[in-house]
Design a binder for this molecule. Structure first.
Ligand code: CS2
Length: 491
């Protein structure tokens, strides 16, 4: 058995593919915030691939764990010198293991916030990338405006030297760069949000208007915020992933990452301080990423939420189980074809039919075992980005919204915390308390669930939507999801 760390790399490379480059010669041109599974399956993989081709010596990654919650991942990566195994689960069930070496340093922000600010401000840093989750951007879903009342934001405004949120860190780092007459840099969001670069810029500038207004014009001139679409399904690592790796390779890795073979990264060309040659390892650079983002958020991510919420109520545990249920897969296909596709218009450069077909295959990968619980987590931040834009567009055009209403009604029932087998559903959501409260009120009058304005905006005033929602709610709560779908098909 071999512990995964730098000293053992030569030994490790005898049993799995491992970095063939000298990690001590690499500069960290990238500071990345949020070193969860997705970053390690995606961006860190692309950089590792470049490093293996000797193409990215200035583009190693310094990974930052921002929250107390990230203590364990920080400690694990620290003890493994930033190394971890990426386990790709192929469609035929075979596993390809590869040790990734691109994270050359890790920092734990709560331990020494100012060290992180200085790292972000160092001349070596050219890009700050973010995976801080959909909810991390701190905007009101209905208005799109920054939520300055958030107590953590208030903390950062009052304690600029010991920030807690990404906005506090970025502000201090940019201020330091300006004060030191440094060049600007690129801030690149890798989260699932339409216009993720625009949103990052808008939210950061809103914070800065309150914190350091004189910094705004410097940022306008010196910092860029490219939009991007990121994709690779990365379920949460489970104990058997760790033990299978140990049994088959002898490697002791406390936190490997598992993912599907598919990956995609479409990026807008807008980097003010240089960038890695990501195009050499499969990323696409385009002038306008909007079509790709729309497609991914409204079909893949929404598709996940549809299967996750309906599947959770029925009592399924993994996404492949849900998509192998004929009622659910037919429901999803109909949702994608009838309610989503017409809202997408003509997307230059993509073949939608092929994309949807591939999605069903990816969701159906029986080896991935992506957790329904992971998909349903933080639905209050996901639904407004993945499903509501489709609803709003269809209502505007007098097009059907019945299937989306069915999913939202199922979410209201789901939020009661019990599935159709009378087992508890574990709800992981920043809005858990209020969701449960509204879900209980909805038992008497379903449309009260839609009063969650920070999620649904003004949806409750659409009679068309409310009628479909109430009808679906009644069917789901009385007869269950599958019979509810049957009733829906009849009408
Ligand atoms: C998922 C995403 O969290 C979710 O709900 O839809 O994590 C999805 O797996 C990734 O965006 C795939 O690229």
């Amino acid at each position: 058995m071999i512990n995964l760390n730098s000293n053992n790399l030569t030994e490790i490379s005898k049993s799995v593919s491992a970095p063939n480059y000298n990690r001590s010669n690499i500069k960290s041109g990238i500071v990345h915030v949020g070193i969860g599974g997705f970053h390690r399956a995606h961006e860190a993989f692309y950089i590792d691939e470049l490093l293996r081709r000797n193409e990215a010596r200035n583009w190693g990654i310094c990974g930052v764990a921002l929250l107390e919650y990230d203590t364990k991942i920080y400690q694990t990566l620290k003890s493994q010198d930033g190394l971890y195994t990426l386990i790709v689960k192929e469609l035929d069930g075979s596993l390809s293991n590869r040790v990734i070496g691109s994270i050359i340093d890790v920092m734990f922000a709560p331990e020494n916030p100012w060290a992180v600010v200085e790292k972000m401000a160092s001349p070596e840093t050219k890009i700050i990338t973010l995976t801080i989750t959909e909810g991390g951007y701190n905007f009101n879903e209905a208005t799109g405006e920054f939520v300055v009342e958030n107590p953590l934001i208030q903390h950062d405004l009052k304690n600029p030297k010991t920030p807690k949120t990404v906005f506090g860190y970025l502000t201090q780092a940019l201020k330091l760069r300006k004060d030191n007459n440094q060049e600007g840099l690129t801030i690149q969001s890798c989260d699932n949000i339409q216009g993720n670069g625009h949103v990052t810029k808008k939210m950061l500038l809103s914070f800065i208007e309150h914190a350091e207004p004189e910094l705004v014009s410097w940022i306008e001139k010196n910092v860029s915020f490219p939009n991007s679409m990121v994709d690779r399904i990365t379920p949460a690592t489970v104990p058997s992933d760790i033990s299978i790796l140990k049994d088959t390779t002898g490697i002791i890795d406390e936190w490997p990452v598992v993912c599907e073979p598919f990956k995609q990264w479409v990026i807008e060309e807008d980097f003010v301080a240089g960038r890695p040659a990501w195009e050499k390892v499969g990323a696409q650079f385009v002038d306008d990423v909007v079509p790709y983002e729309k497609m991914k958020l409204t079909l893949l991510n929404a598709g996940h939420s549809v299967l996750g919420i309906l599947g959770a109520l029925i009592g399924y545990n993994t996404i492949d189980e849900t998509v192998h249920d004929e009622d659910l897969s037919l429901f999803l296909k109909t949702y994608m074809n009838k309610e989503v596709t017409p809202t997408l218009g003509n997307l230059k450069g993509v073949n939608l039919d092929e994309y949807k077909q591939t999605l069903l295959e990816r969701f159906g990968n029986t080896h991935i075992k992506d957790q329904v619980e992971r998909i349903c987590s933080e639905s209050s931040a996901k639904i407004p980005k993945f499903i509501l834009p489709t609803v709003i567009s269809n209502l505007k055009n007098n097009d059907p919204v019945d299937l989306a209403a069915f999913v939202l009604a199922a979410w209201a029932v789901y939020s009661l915390g019990e599935n159709e087998k009378e087992e508890d559903i574990i709800i992981k959501d920043a809005m858990e308390t209020v969701l449960k409260q509204k879900a209980n009120e909805a038992k008497v009058n379903p449309k009260l669930f839609l009063e969650l304005e920070s999620i649904f905006g003004d949806l409750k005033s659409s009679k068309t939507f409310v009628d479909s929602f109430e009808n679906a709610y009644k069917n789901i709560s009385e007869f269950g999801v599958k019979k509810g779908i049957f009733e829906l098909n009849k009408s």
